[in-house]
Design a protein around this ligand. Structure first.
Ligand SMILES: NC(=O)C1=CN([C@@H]2O[C@H](COP(=O)(O)OP(=O)(O)OC[C@H]3O[C@@H](n4cnc5c(N)ncnc54)[C@H](OP(=O)(O)O)[C@@H]3O)[C@@H](O)[C@H]2O)C=CC1
Ligand SMILES: CC(=O)N[C@@H](CCC(=O)OP(=O)(O)O)C(=O)O
Length: 345
């Protein structure tokens, strides 16, 4: 039985971790933290978990958390970097859903997150938790940096093209849309129903903190510098990321060749579903599931490749991917507890 702790269990990703882990017979959720709701039973706040999880929120406390085999940080950026090293020193495996250990260049991280990194010595030890790329190293990892939601959708979409060296890397364009749960559960005017429904807008056009994370991954896949324009948009849905990715081939390509490339690259990836040629994936078809659905199109008239990639930001974009990493770290079946069909409608 794997003993698990969740720091920040009242946020959207924390609640999603509880939803995915509570029914499992091979995992026991021992500690769930919330500073605000310490002392309150989980089911009083989240009645969907009644009968599945009989624990009480507690204050985050290293001593209590150290009794776990694995601790998930479902906390805002800059929390994990202050206490993860104590847990690791006590033999606990750490899976961080925030960005504290995602960027390998400390200076770049500090520039984008606008603060000094308090635990730079762990940056090199952290494994970037994208199993479709780092499957082997995740198995041996003690500390996982779970990728961000946009970076998951964008990297999985561009990966086969970059590894195969098929596209011009100097001017990639990632046009991305997110549901409002991506902004977290904290009260914020922009997340109010009256502000976010019946409307759609781009944001962080001048620079979003996922830009360096995506660029870091794409550069590794291609072995070349990558020029990337990444524009996120807020859309009036709760869950979902839709990424439309543009690329120019450097030599002649065909739809059949691209389709075969994507299908063979993801043949052994249980959570990447390459759709038939001509498909137009929708976020609703991955809602609540850990799947990334991808369609690749070649447009002969403009000579552009367009990849469409959709995920649920809270599942493959965060908590589901975190559980996928846990499964690999503990030698379990990669799909354990994640074989869930998307919710429709
Ligand atoms: N929402 C999404 O789609 C995605 C989120 N992420 C990342 O996952 C992390 C969590 O996101 P999300 O669930 O949306 O966030 P929320 O804002 O919904 O929840 C944050 C949680 O962290 C706790 N918390 C806040 N500050 C601290 C602190 N200093 N120490 C301990 N606990 C703290 C809060 O509880 P309390 O204050 O009561 O302690 C709360 O439970 C973030 O880093 C986010 O960037 C990644 C990918 C997608
Ligand atoms: C819609 C929305 O606000 N999305 C968030 C990104 C989601 C997320 O939390 O990603 P990180 O883990 O990297 O922070 C944003 O743009 O800030």
């Amino acid at each position: 039985m794997i003993k698990a702790g969740i720091i920040g269990a009242t946020g959207y990703t924390g609640v999603e971790l509880m939803r995915l882990l509570a029914p499992r017979k091979d995992v026991s959720i021992e500690v769930v933290t919330s500073r605000e709701l310490s002392g309150t039973p989980v089911a009083d706040v989240f009645p969907n978990l009644r009968g599945y999880l009989d624990v009480v929120f507690t204050e985050p406390d290293t001593e209590t958390l150290a009794a776990c085999d694995v601790v998930f940080y479902a906390t805002p950026h800059t929390v994990a970097m202050n206490t993860a090293s104590e847990l690791l020193a006590r033999g606990v495996r750490v899976i961080d859903l925030s960005a504290d250990f995602r960027l390998q260049d400390q200076a770049v991280w500090e520039a984008w997150y606008k603060t000094a990194h308090t635990c730079p010595e762990l940056i090199d030890q952290a494994v970037y938790g994208l199993p479709e790329v780092n499957h082997e190293s995740i198995t041996d990892a003690k500390l996982i940096a779970v990728p961000g939601c946009y970076p998951t959708a964008v990297q999985l979409g561009y990966l086969p093209l970059l590894e195969a060296g098929l596209i011009d890397t100097s001017s990639l364009i990632a046009d991305c849309k997110s549901g409002v749960s991506g902004a977290g559960r904290k009260a914020a005017v922009g997340s109010l129903l009256c502000e976010s429904s019946e409307s759609m807008k781009a944001y962080a056009v001048a620079g979003h903190r996922h830009l360096p994370e995506i660029r870091q991954g794409l550069t590794k896949f291609s072995g070349k510098d990558v020029g990337l324009t990444f524009i996120p948009h807020l859309t009036p849905m709760i869950r979902g990321i839709h990424a439309t990715l543009y690329a120019s081939p450097i030599a002649e390509v065909s739809q059949e060749q691209l389709q075969a490339l994507f299908e063979s690259r993801y043949a052994d990836s249980p959570f990447v579903d390459v759709l038939p040629a001509g498909s137009e994936p929708a976020t609703r078809n991955v809602r609540g599931s850990n799947r990334c659905q991808i369609a690749v199109h070649y447009l002969p008239e403009s000579q552009k490749i367009v990849v469409l990639s959709v995920i649920d930001n809270l599942v493959k974009g965060a908590s589901g991917q975190a559980v996928q990493n846990m499964n690999l770290m503990f030698g379990l079946t990669e799909t354990a507890g994640l074989d869930v069909v998307a919710l429709l409608p």
